[in-house]
Write a protein that binds this ligand. Sequence first.
Ligand code: HEC
Ligand code: HEC
Ligand code: HEC
Ligand code: HEC
Ligand code: HEC
Length: 370
Amino acid sequence: MKKLTILSSFIFIIFLNAKYLDNHSCSECHEKIYEEYETSAHSRGYFNNELHRKIANKADSNRYECATCHMPMADNLKDLINGKARPNKNNKTHTDAVSCYFCHTIAYVKKAHNHNINIKARQAKNFKPTIYGLLDNPEDSDKHSSNKNPLYKKIVCIGCHSHKLNDNNITIFRAMSNNQNSVRCIECHMPKVSGGVEKMDKRARGEHASHRFLGIHDKEFRKKGIDINATIKDKILEITLTNKMPHPLIIQPARAKFLKIVIERDNKVIWKNYKKSPSEDKKAYFAYSFKKDGRKIIIPATATEGSVHNLNAKESKILIYTIPILKKGDKIVISLYVQFAKSDCTKVINLSNKKLLKPELIKKLIVIKR
Ligand code: HEC
Ligand code: HEC
Ligand code: HEC
Ligand code: HEC
Ligand code: HEC
């Protein structure tokens, strides 16, 4: 009797899972896109992103409610969120993070208060799955059919990237407004690169949309987001920061971005905008901060208050400093840095990858007094 139940549940699982095409299976035909994707943030999740996993476990060691966006393809999503199941490294729908199949089967996005909800395309049972693309008359392949979804390009990013509020109605992040179009996101983050869409390059298109999803981790790409300008008049240094992106500079709570300003005379530092920690210079330190019942907390899941010092989409800010009177040859070095996990994170989690804490340069401006 026992044998029978084990056997029948086995068959049942196979039947349910039959339709999921995992990331690696796409590489058979979309080799280049797969290789790019594997280097992208979307391929990182609970099992291969230490920062995410540790914060998630600390936020709630039973319920993995982050799965909605970080493990959206999970075949037991509800159980993960309710705490009836935990992430399982032998389950492809768990290890695949923001998977190819998930992204390409988003039918529409339901706007909601706490966070938006991706609604997936219904797949007919016992048929090859249908995947959304942009071609008018895509060919079928052994593994899937494709369909043109006119909505697809407009909505594909907003389901996960727009906003998230916690149970106390506190904004954990807000990266874009609900009526913002994803087409622009795709223009910058998925530029056309050479190489066929599939191995055979059937239509001789010779190019495809890059699936590297370059962002803040890429040294060249991240220079493009912010313009830095400076003018000096007597004792006043005026720095103008301009955000050229259609989203804020800070879009999530682990991150800090800040300015380091140093004035050098004969290779000696004669002035700095902070002594030890960049957060001393409040106006040039961009990050979220949260409180619970009046006390500062690091992980926002239970926060009752929250605020963010930000540079909003397309916003310019002027920062004014009083500096020593400069002499000819004095050098002002203005550097914008990112810290992937702000220093405060170490108060609640132990990161084995120390690089996450080490500030990395986004962009630098050097002005020499003439
Ligand atoms: C509504 C969708 C959504 C939910 C729910 C969500 N996240 Fe995220 N998370 C995102 C998006 C989108 C990003 C990428 C934004 C970025 O990198 O700036 C992200 C990025 C992160 C990062 C930064 C990753 C890195 O390597 O820099 C951490 C850490 C993180 N999330 C933790 C969590 C935790 C913990 C939970 C659950 C308590 C959670 N998130 C729930 C959408 C979500
Ligand atoms: C975050 C969502 C997302 C993920 C994850 C994703 N894609 Fe895409 N993909 C898109 C979008 C959006 C486009 C349309 C881009 C365009 O044409 O401007 C696209 C385009 C494509 C195309 C059409 C050809 C072209 O012009 O580039 C193929 C094929 C494709 N993706 C395959 C894959 C495969 C294979 C994976 C995983 C290895 C994957 N995608 C992961 C969003 C995603
Ligand atoms: C057996 C080969 C094969 C496999 C495996 C495969 N595809 Fe495709 N895919 C194709 C072919 C062939 C086309 C049609 C291309 C055409 O009509 O020019 C296509 C088209 C697409 C398109 C539409 C292209 C467009 O420009 O609109 C998308 C999106 C796509 N595939 C995504 C995926 C994803 C995601 C996976 C993995 C889950 C995958 N494919 C697995 C062969 C394959
Ligand atoms: C004009 C080009 C441009 C457009 C359009 C754009 N971005 Fe960005 N984005 C950037 C640049 C450049 C960076 C890296 C620099 C930075 O974050 O300071 C970036 C960074 C990001 C990051 C990582 C930020 C972090 O700190 O972790 C995410 C997530 C992101 N963009 C999502 C989006 C989404 C979603 C959209 C659509 C609303 C979008 N982007 C539209 C240029 C653009
Ligand atoms: C299913 C949810 C989901 C969808 C849909 C989605 N993303 Fe993401 N995205 C994430 C998560 C989660 C992360 C952070 C993963 C991590 O680092 O652990 C992320 C990270 C990113 C990053 C950050 C890269 C970096 O580290 O700087 C960029 C850029 C980005 N996404 C762009 C896009 C664009 C453009 C689209 C639409 C074509 C899109 N995403 C659709 C969930 C999603």
